[in-house]
Design a protein around this ligand. Structure first.
Ligand code: TGC
Length: 408
């Protein structure tokens, strides 16, 4: 298969570079025909439907709701294998992390909670509608006072005669303002199901499905963000929010089950940020080839070439690592520490690539006709969410040493 030229694959080419970008990793040869077909189809969808909306929505700080239906129609909410799901995340985030996040939270986080821990009746009721995009999902674990350490979460679930009453506050739930169902992780209180030793700890954590419109469920959009501006981030206020017994996910017991769902979202980030990095690299290469200073293209200067080579190495490394994790996941051999390694490595790499790309773009790199600074701003969120860089470093450190640095 011929390699695409930069002009074909850049979001908004500022100049035309006619030489194809060499692919030293021969990445496409590592994909099957059907994976390549899906990748190309999603790339065309993103170019035609997503990219035209990004700059304006980012500037206005809104998520374009019309993309929900468009993504559903493109089949992006269906259950895909690890490589396909990764390629979708990669292509979406080449455009913007906001749209990748909407799909990841809906199709991976929320759906995986129901797939892993839901009853057959819940799965039959929610999953088909979610795969068709008729019901959008959100997932909420984090609270204002419990980010990296969710084991201490304070939202309570109290048993009543017919179900549960939820109370408390959640934070940073993507999609919640327009989701049809939100998976809420809460602490069971006054319930014999929880042993006395577990009451204040992670062992009392359970998951509940809260349908949109349930009285006492109040999602509120978070505004004035400097990053992730095209993403529907929200707080959730739960005030005597009564749900039926049938809305508890029966299989979800303890923090480990919430973290098992988070693995799915973290895995999407491993791929997504590699897509953002590739978009930034291509933008910098294209600009460097045509921007003339001191009588020659700036790509001809040693310092620029050094930056480009380092960026390219990062992009290749990130894509290969993502694909390696995907193949492990296909075989059921992916450990959550591998996902931490992928998230840590690929976010760090992508952030370096995006920041370096901006330096090559010079002054125009701060305009929204270019993409690198927007990706860099988004990557600052990604460095933190779904487990901070520090948390993932300590997860790896704990695995390597057998010593737990979290609780000293
Ligand atoms: P720890 O003792 O490590 O673990 C408790 C139990 O869970 C198991 N476990 C995992 N299982 C599956 N996947 C993982 N990734 C797992 N990590 C841990 C573990 O084996 C244990 O099982 P068991 O059977 O022995 O009980 O628990 P800890 O309290 O020491 O926590 C450690 C730490 C810091 C690693 C964990 O709390 C953590 O990962 N913190 C980061 C939390 C995080 O990523 N938060 C982001 C949430 S994103 C969000 O809320 C918004 S939703 C997404 C959106 O809308 O954008």
């Amino acid at each position: 298969m011929p390699l695409p030229s930069v002009a074909l694959i850049l979001e908004r080419p500022m100049t035309i570079l006619t030489r194809p970008i060499p692919d030293y990793s021969h990445f496409d040869t590592l994909l099957s025909e059907s994976e390549l077909t899906l990748r190309d189809r999603v790339r065309s969808f993103v170019r035609a439907t997503v990219l035209p909306l990004v700059a304006d929505c980012y500037e206005r700080g809104v998520f374009p709701r019309e993309l929900v239906d468009a993504c559903a129609e493109a089949g992006l909410f269906e259950h895909h294998g690890p490589v396909e799901a990764g390629l979708i995340a990669f292509e979406l985030e080449r455009a913007d992390a906001g749209v990748r996040s909407m799909v990841s939270v809906h199709a991976h986080l929320a759906q995986s909670a129901i797939r892993f821990f839901g009853s057959p009746a819940q799965q039959a009721s929610y999953l088909p509608r979610m795969e068709r995009g008729e019901t959008i999902g959100a997932f909420s674990l984090t609270e204002p006072a419990h980010g990296s350490d969710p084991g201490g979460l304070e939202v309570t679930a109290k048993r009543t005669a017919s179900g549960y009453v939820l109370d408390g506050q959640k934070k940073w739930a993507t999609n919640a303002t327009f989701a049809g169902v939100t998976v809420i992780w809460a602490r069971l209180v006054d319930d014999d199901e929880v042993s006395p030793g577990d009451r204040d700890g992670a062992g009392a954590i359970r998951a509940f499905l809260v349908d949109a419109g349930t009285p006492g469920f109040r999602p509120v959009a978070i505004h004035r963000k400097l990053s992730f501006r095209m993403s529907a981030s929200s707080e959730i206020f739960l005030e005597q929010c009564e749900i039926p017994l049938t809305n508890r996910l029966p299989g979800a017991r303890g923090l480990g089950h919430a973290l098992k769902c988070l693995n799915e979202a973290r895995y999407g980030i491993v791929w997504g940020v590699a897509g953002a990095a590739e978009a930034c690299f291509e933008e910098a290469l294209t600009h460097g080839a045509s921007r003339v200073q001191f009588g020659r293209p700036i790509a001809g200067f040693q310092m620029t070439q050094s930056k480009l080579a380092t960026m390219y190495a990062s992009v290749v490394r990130s894509k290969l690592l993502a694909l390696h994790l995907a193949r492990l996941k296909e075989r059921g051999a992916l450990h959550h520490t591998d996902v931490s390694l992928g998230k840590l490595n690929n976010v760090r790499d992508a952030l370096d690539v995006a920041r370096t790309a901006r330096t090559i773009l010079g002054g125009i790199g701060i305009l929204d006709t270019t993409v690198s600074l927007r990706h860099a701003a988004n990557l600052e969120s990604e460095l933190t969410y779904e487990g901070t860089d520090e948390v993932h470093a300590l997860i790896i450190g704990r695995h390597l040493t057998g010593l737990d640095a979290f609780r000293g």
